[in-house]
Design a protein around this ligand. Structure first.
Ligand code: C2E
Ligand code: MG
Ligand code: MG
Length: 458
């Protein structure tokens, strides 16, 4: 049985035929079938694909493209429609893969809702077209025709599969993970640049603890202004990485890597700690104190001791709870909603403020507004960007107006993010937005500059 018992190959574990019945009692055909087939769909499994990817069995110059995809919200489909209907969708995908014989050499269900295909080598555009048509054919849920199913797909082209043969699945999965939208099928092609980014990301991960020890994370503060009095009313703490004390890296480059690997809490905690320390120093100097918001990553919700960690840190510096606000993005609430609401309620009971960040960019925004314990709504920059000279006519402007009026009905404070122009401020003032955060008033400032500004305005 040795040939079936390789330890860890490619992107998935290789199933062992020893699992289950005694091998002796199985015929050779049965054994073969079990090793290479998936029990739920009857289709081929990852073992099968792995054998097809093995360069010992295919000519070195054999060209193919590699595709890996999964079903968006499959967990939710299972929850809402039940596992049998979920399984029917898995079967539908497998049936369709089997039918695509003119361009698909091999197709498998890897595990859960993960699938892979080895396809004919073809130009990127041609493959994209084939894949779009393929996903279109499997976009209806068998048990509910009104439900659209979307996919996240990563592709390695023939050029790359030749040189990266044993890693194609990893690369395709890597490209697949770039699909983050909720309501469309996304197809991403792997590129060498992605590889460099991934290598860099991996390095950031291994270096993170050292960077914290070296005190490389800095907190910048971006002031928030009252739109009517045009005076400062608070600030948002935004992290910057003074990487090896050599260059400043912006959060967009490292936060996603840390979030994906669930280590973002370490950075968020440093930011909270530094924010509290800054407020304590300002308090000791007798400066006026304004509330500061810190971003709370959704991945931290998995941490059972989160509440104690947050409260412990703020109390250690003797900071009044109403000076700290936690910002959460809408998407943060998607999984484990109840636990999260519970945490937010506890934080609010303790006097902290909660705001919803990037409002309007996520999913289920409206129902969240009703259910989430909230103080402030931060309207995303993408809406503000739409405000220009002929703004009154624009759909987006009408939308901001409606959001603000609805938020007011719910007694929420409204803050517009990323405001850069005078006409944006004027329009937002006219429609009764409360606060503004954006380059128009101030960019994020290093801690000491923020303190200097407050000192001077005293
Ligand atoms: P965010 O929380 O929505 O923060 C606002 C971002 O918009 C900041 O970018 C800020 O510099 C930028 N911004 C503010 N006003 C303007 C403007 O007028 N024009 C333009 N073009 N940009 C403006 P930044 O600092 O690069 O942060 C990006 C994102 O990274 C943040 O978005 C937040 O999601 C995340 N982030 C930043 N610091 C932390 C942190 O300490 N922890 C966590 N978990 N995430 C953080
Ligand atoms: Mg924020
Ligand atoms: Mg934001």
């Amino acid at each position: 049985m040795k040939q079936f018992s390789r330890e860890h190959e490619g992107a998935y574990e290789i199933a062992h035929p020893e699992n289950g019945r005694e091998i002796d009692a199985m015929s050779k055909e049965e054994l073969y079938h079990r090793v290479y087939h998936d029990t739920i769909t009857g289709h081929y499994n990852w073992n099968y694909m792995w054998s097809k990817l093995d360069r010992r069995h295919i000519p070195a110059e054999f060209e193919y493209c590699f595709v890996h995809f999964d079903i968006k919200d499959f967990g939710m489909i299972n929850e809402v429609y039940g596992h049998d209907n979920g399984n029917d969708l898995l079967k539908l995908v497998c049936e369709q893969m089997s039918k695509e014989t003119d361009w698909v050499y091999h197709s498998v269900r890897c595990d859960n809702d993960n699938f892979a295909m080895m396809t004919k080598a073809m130009p990127k555009e041609a493959l994209l077209e084939k894949l779009q048509m393929f996903f279109d054919r499997i976009s209806i849920l068998p048990c509910d025709e009104s439900f659209r199913v979307y996919y996240r797909c990563g592709v390695v082209t023939a050029e790359d599969s030749l040189s990266k043969n044993d890693r194609v699945a990893d690369w395709a999965k890597f490209a697949q993970r770039l699909g983050t939208k909720r309501d469309c099928t996304e197809i991403h092609f792997y590129t060498g640049e992605m590889y460099e980014k991934m290598k860099q990301g991996k390095y950031y991960l291994t270096y993170l603890d050292q960077a914290i020890k070296n005190d490389e994370f800095l907190v910048y503060l971006q002031p928030k202004y009252d739109i009517h009095t045009e005076t400062i009313v608070g600030a948002e703490a935004l992290v910057r990485w003074n990487y090896k004390h050599e260059k400043l890296i912006f959060p967009g480059e490292f936060i996603p890597v840390f979030e994906e690997n669930s280590v973002i809490g370490k950075v968020d905690q440093v930011v909270l700690e530094k924010t509290c320390k800054l407020l304590r120093d300002m308090k000791e100097e007798g400066l006026p104190l304004y509330p500061v918001s810190v971003n709370l990553s959704r991945r931290r919700m998995e941490n059972k001791h989160l509440l104690e960690q947050l409260v412990g840190c703020v109390d250690k510096y003797g900071i009044s709870h109403d000076l700290i606000e936690f910002e959460l993005t809408e998407s943060a609430v998607y999984e484990g909603e109840e636990e999260m609401f519970h945490l937010l309620r506890e934080l609010r009971n303790l006097g902290f403020k909660i705001s919803m960040d990037d409002f309007g960019t996520g999913y289920s925004s409206l129902s969240l507004l009703l259910n989430m314990p909230l103080d402030t709504l931060k309207i995303d920059k993408c809406f503000v960007d739409c405000i220009d000279a002929d703004h009154e006519e624009k759909k987006e402007c009408k939308l901001i107006k409606a959001i603000i009026s609805m938020a007011k009905d719910l007694s929420l404070c409204c803050l517009a993010e990323g405001v850069e122009k005078k006409e944006q401020v004027e329009y937002l003032r006219k429609i009764d937005c409360d606060k503004i955060q954006g380059y128009y008033y101030s960019k994020p400032l290093p801690g000491e500059e923020y303190v200097r500004m407050i000192r001077e305005s005293k």
